[in-house]
Design a binder for this molecule. Structure first.
Ligand code: TRP
Length: 328
């Protein structure tokens, strides 16, 4: 079967949260039946901003891998690997760095934004500037056609296309230009109503104990107009309702809408329904996580197989690259 190739990765900086699960990982799972998929943990990318605390990357990598499998990625259907275990990415990154103009990298919006956001770190490094070059190597080393990503990653993908084009122009056609597959999932609000993100400290993590998840939802922000049980509210103004839109049935959403507008239902009961549905959604993942935590060899076997397959594919491309450039 000749299916188009898909590749995507997640940076190993922190634990996986509900927003990553709904926004990205579930989409990866659905793509594995239709495409030849490569999914990986970008642990080197985590170094670009986290080099001073490099020891934390291993834990994040492990958490991501456990969640990949627990959420339904199936190693029989897709290739799952760790970036640093496929050193071919580094060789291609070096070669691409020779042809990538610095100006292109300085113009990527995330370059300045991240530097401003993370003022406590020195991000005036060569590696941080080269983030999109490494990401390009990750993608084109598999000659991937599609890259499922969120909208925030689109500027990186645009650079990847430009670098691939420049390579092909200089040395001959080796790389297809990768296309973004925009994920059309609802934005998952965090506990305070802003986008769920570890940097806002408003996230529900897949590694949270059920009691912690329950506590987080119980204390979550609601429509600020409903100070008392008898105050009428507007569900659209409550982040709790936006989570209902993702996790609750149509009928429940309707009941809650009416109940909130008429003060027929209180915020506590509304949250109880959300907790019930969220638990139903997360329970299979929690069960699988527990199993994987008890038997770490399951993950190591999966990754050993994935690393080997990825390295083989990556090496095929590198042979074309070396030959196109007249190296070796
Ligand atoms: N930049 C991506 C993120 O922040 C991670 C990533 C690294 C990636 N390499 C990639 C995503 C290649 C898609 C394709 O999560």
């Amino acid at each position: 079967m000749n299916r188009d190739r898909v590749l995507s990765g997640m940076q190993a900086s922190g634990k996986l949260h509900l927003g990553n699960l709904v926004g990205a990982l579930r989409n990866w799972v659905s793509l594995q039946d239709r495409y030849e998929c490569y999914y990986f943990v970008a642990d080197w990318h985590a170094l670009t901003t986290g080099y001073a605390n490099s020891c934390a990357i291993k834990e994040s990598t492990k958490d991501l891998l456990i969640n990949f499998i627990a959420a339904g990625l199936d190693p029989q259907k897709c290739t799952i690997f760790v970036q640093s275990m496929v050193p071919q990415h580094a060789e291609l990154h070096l070669l691409l760095s020779m042809i990538t103009p610095v100006g292109w990298l300085e113009r990527v919006p995330t370059y300045k934004e991240k530097q401003e956001q993370l003022q406590d770190r020195d991000l005036s490094t060569y590696g941080f500037l080269g983030y999109p070059v490494l990401q390009t190597a990750d993608i084109i080393i598999y000659r991937a056609k599609y890259v499922p990503v969120g909208i925030d990653q689109m500027p990186h993908l645009e650079i990847s296309r430009e670098i691939a084009r420049r390579f092909n122009h200089l040395y001959g056609e080796v790389f297809p230009e990768p296309e973004g597959l925009l994920t059309k999932f609802p934005k998952v609000p965090g506990l305070d109503g802003r986008k769920m993100s570890k940097s806002y400290d408003n996230a529900v993590y897949l590694s949270d104990e059920p009691s912690v998840v329950e506590q987080k939802i119980r204390t979550m922000m609601t429509d600020p107009a409903r100070k008392r049980r008898t105050d009428k509210g507007d569900p659209e103004l409550s982040p709790v309702f936006h989570l209902h839109k993702i996790f609750s049935s149509h009928e429940e959403q309707q009941e809650i809408t009416e109940g909130c507008k008429s003060a027929g239902i209180g915020c506590i009961d509304c949250k109880k329904i959300l907790i019930k549905n969220l638990f139903a959604y997360l329970e299979p993942i929690w069960a699988k996580r527990a199993e994987l935590n008890n038997k770490p060899e399951i993950i190591s076997d999966i990754i050993a197989g994935g690393n080997k397959k990825a390295a083989h594919e990556a090496e095929q491309t590198l042979m074309l690259v070396r030959s196109a450039m007249g190296l070796g």
